[in-house]
Design a protein around this ligand. Structure first.
Ligand code: DHB
Ligand code: FE
Length: 291
């Protein structure tokens, strides 16, 4: 049976991808950020997930304003890298897992979540920057990816509570896939940032820190935050944080925080990252280490 072993939350700031691609990761502005992610990369290296479900948002690259799916799942076998206006990032194409994604789609839809099914699409920084901060610069990404795209670009975005509940359904869907696989789920975007208008540059560190604490300890409380509140308190684009709640919903009640990183700023963003192991996986690990 496939198992979700952990969730990773991470910002997807496009400038982080550009810094890495252009060899600037050792520069004083960027080094603390790339150093900050080393712990996450070590965790991935140690646990080697087979599949990553990446909950992310497209930024008007794969979709445009003609069609805006609230929740969409990638069932393709390969996702090319989008050209976002300055050429596609020089990173490997993303390999999908059509059979497992089709199974998850079926389970979610029959469980009352009306997913849009996508068989072909390109992926933008919303998906590739999380891969880069988790896995560095490999020749090929080390796991298959099931993209799960959430509309947080065009009002109205889904609520945090709805995302959290969809996460719970994803957990059940994964566990009914009959193949021994280690699955990691990513919740991406955020943390606080506003990239346009008079409040451009707004960052709210106390909000971000409380969000990281809540993810670990009391996600149900975070589900009460309304869309307008994310935007008022932590900037327009902080609404991306609802995707972290989908990741959290997929981990079960109790989790163990094994990695956290927070830094201000990268470009306009409060950059944060967290890895939460499911209690079951954490306990198995402890037992293995003790033996
Ligand atoms: C920035 C952050 C984002 O999440 C994004 O999609 C685009 C830009 C930024 O901080 O510059
Ligand atoms: Fe974004």
């Amino acid at each position: 049976m496939a198992k979700i072993i952990a969730g990773m939350g991470t910002s997807h700031t496009p400038a982080i991808g550009a810094a890495l691609d252009n060899g600037k990761s050792g520069e004083p502005y960027w080094k603390p950020i790339f150093d900050g992610y080393l712990g996450a990369q070590a965790w991935m290296e140690e646990h080697k997930p087979d599949v990553a479900i990446i909950v992310y948002n497209d930024h008007v690259n794969a979709f445009d304003f003609r069609i805006i799916p609230t929740f969409a799942i990638g069932c393709g076998s390969e996702y090319p890298i989008a050209d976002e206006g300055w050429g596609a990032r020089p990173v490997p194409a993303v390999q999908g897992y059509p059979e497992m994604a089709a199974h998850i789609s079926q389970e979610l839809i029959l469980n009352d979540f009306d997913m849009t099914i996508i068989n072909e699409m390109e992926v933008d920084h919303g998906l590739t920057v999380p891969l880069s901060v988790a896995f560095g610069q490999p020749k090929a990404w080390p796991c298959r990816v099931i993209p799960l795209a959430v509309n947080v670009v065009q009002y109205p975005a889904p609520s945090g509570r709805r995302c959290y509940n969809l996460g719970k359904a994803i957990k059940a869907a994964v566990e009914s896939w009959d193949e021994d696989l280690k699955v990691v789920i990513f919740g991406t975007g955020g943390m606080s940032h506003q990239i346009q208008g008079p409040r451009a540059g707004l960052i709210n560190t106390p909000f971000d820190t409380a969000f990281l604490d809540g993810l670990s300890q009391n996600p149900d409380k975070l589900c009460e935050i309304q869309g307008i509140e994310y935007m008022r308190e932590a900037g327009n684009e902080a609404i991306e944080l609802v995707m972290w709640l989908m990741m959290r919903g997929a981990l079960g009640d109790k989790v163990d925080e094994v990695f956290r990183f927070y830094h201000v700023p990268a470009s306009s963003t409060g950059v944060g990252s967290i890895i939460l192991e499911t209690r079951e996986f954490h306990d198995q690990n402890k037992a293995r280490t003790a033996a």
